[in-house]
Design a protein around this ligand. Sequence first.
Ligand code: DON
Length: 316
Amino acid sequence: MAIMPGNSSQPSSLTFQPVLERIATEIAQTPGRGRPADYIPALAACDPRRFGMAVAELDGTVYGVGDWRQPFSTQSITKVFTLALDLAREGDALWEHVGREPSGNPFNSLVQLEYENGIPRNPFINAGALVVTDRLQTRTGDAAGTLLEFLRAESGNERLAFDRDIAASETANGDRNAALAHFMASYGNIDNPVPVLLDQYFLQCSIAASCADLALATGFLARHGIRADGGRLLSRSQAKQINAIMLTCGTYDAAGDFAYRVGLPGKSGVGGGIIAVVPGRCTLCVWSPGLDDRGNSVAGVAALDRFTTLTGLSVF
Ligand code: DON
């Protein structure tokens, strides 16, 4: 039977917590958690049994279970926020430089770029995220700093910071991202010097934040573009557009399976986090570092799958 949050006899604050606790118990009993990312040595040491999950309501009320206050490496989750920050500044002109179609390829794939003249399929594969960060860098002079300031403001957590060890580890293992950036530069689709862009991109990915922080920071996508302080970041239509791209591209070549199982816009990172949006209702973040072979958290997808099944909250 579905557990519906927010029914008239009980405030919604009382109904999310038992759902989260039930999911955590079920997840703890589920064997097989995948493996932490090992291409960034600083991430390989994470314990795949860690698990945290948070739900934030539109007014900023947050519920959580397990390691929901533990900071972890946000990685590709940040691609949602740089996309929002750039789209807010340049609007539809962005889409001349990056597409909006699922790639069906791994997040760090190079192959489509040559066929498609240096225009990445979407903003969430690495090539597309590099284009977005490059454009945000051109507009702000400090893409990673602009992102960090935004995340601090939306989460209310001034302690959010770059993890310089993770960024250095990525720089030392960054040949593939460097190749993507140089290749796109050869098509004139990168404005800044590639080393400057890579520094910004690796700093962006290194930001450490908790499930609570990220559930809160994602709130503008559930509030149709409205920030935590009531100001507007995106038009209602732009918020819809980002949610749609998360649904179709946010979990790479597993996006179809994620939509089938979870039924929400979501975005994963190789740190083991996934954010998800229930437009008009709430936002979620789940973290567990064990990944499947497509780079998505095994327990994270399972937990979101259970959340939408138990609550009936999905976009479908
Ligand atoms: O570009 C990279 O390799 C990482 N910094 C981010 C990758 C990532 O999180 C992809 N997600 N699943």
